[in-house]
Design a protein around this ligand. Structure first.
Ligand SMILES: C[S@@+](CC[C@H](N)C(=O)[O-])C[C@H]1O[C@@H](n2cnc3c(N)ncnc32)[C@H](O)[C@@H]1O
Length: 272
């Protein structure tokens, strides 16, 4: 084997067949997807049914939690916005304690556990305690939201890259490369972006972004109560306030729903 290759770290997660998905004393980190239970992976579904204890986040839907096995003890460790219901230290301690007690532990996170989900902190704590781990990916909110507006995250001739950014960081609103984001044709998916909408608008306009840049916000993507707000950079904070979204929302900078985007292109062609 060449020196730079290693066996797949997540090898157990890729094993198919009738083998159990979880082992006693192991922590499985799985994504629950955006909310619709039909968007759960088969592997995450099996983990839900096998787990002895499930530590789950606030955004994991009730519909998905209803799929847990009857033996499972359910622990809601949800955090909200800038505050915390159960501290990260407490979550870490519970993961280790449950695994050390020989339980099959499922740490269920909304969307994909590798995106804005503090996965590494929890993995490190498990590693330091000598606990085996496994990661089961999930459908992230941006993928579900973009599908709901009939668009794709990249498109030949439109954008060759897309950024996943967060609206807030540990110390407040998150800073980004605003000059790059303000360039025509840029596309970004903003997670946790409701409170920072006015800040993002200000930074982008300060760096020369066109006020007419399309912006789309999808609240509760994939859930029955899903709502879509179609606006532009100029109107973003006002329209978002008026919409009164109180569910999880994903903001697309530089992207309009498919029909609206087609109408804009037609208009530009007529005016040319
Ligand atoms: C802490 S982040 C977790 C992201 C998650 N790991 C993922 O991959 O989707 C929480 C943010 O994800 C977004 N989000 C999660 N589920 C969503 C949904 N169903 N619809 C819209 N946005 C969602 C919102 O921006 C929310 O504030």
């Amino acid at each position: 084997m060449p020196a730079h290759t290693t066996p797949a770290a997540n090898a157990t997660a890729n094993t198919r067949g009738s083998m159990a998905c979880m082992a006693a004393g192991q922590v499985v980190f799985a994504g629950s997807g955006p909310g619709d239970a039909d968007l759960l992976t088969v592997k995450a579904m099996r983990a839900l049914q096998e787990a002895d204890v499930i530590l789950y986040d606030r955004l994991v839907s009730d519909e998905i939690m209803a799929l847990a096995g009857p033996q499972a003890v359910l622990e809601n460790v949800g955090k909200e916005g800038f505050g915390a219901q159960v501290s990260q230290d407490e979550i870490n301690a519970r993961l280790v304690a449950h695994a050390k007690a020989g339980r099959k532990v499922l740490r269920l996170k909304a969307g994909d556990p590798t995106i804005f989900a503090r996965l590494d902190e929890e993995l490190t704590v498990c590693e330091e305690a000598g606990i085996a781990t496994q990661i089961i990916p999930g459908i992230t909110a941006a993928s579900a939201a973009v599908a709901s507006i009939g668009q794709s995250l990249t498109q030949r001739g439109r954008n060759t890259s897309v950024r996943f950014i967060t609206g807030h960081a540990m110390t407040g609103f998150a800073d980004h490369d605003w000059a790059a984001l303000a360039r025509p044709g840029e596309m970004a998916a903003v997670y946790m972006g409701k409170k920072s909408a006015r800040f993002v608008q200000g930074r982008l306009i300060m760096h020369g972004a066109d006020r007419a840049t399309p912006v789309t916000i999808v609240e509760n993507a994939s859930r029955p109560e899903q709502r879509v707000l179609e606006t532009n950079l100029d109107r973003l904070p006002a329209d978002l306030d008026a919409a009164g979204f109180d569910g999880p929302a994903l903001t697309f900078l530089g992207l309009a729903p498919r029909k609206a985007a087609a109408a804009l292109t037609d208009l530009k062609t007529e005016l040319a």
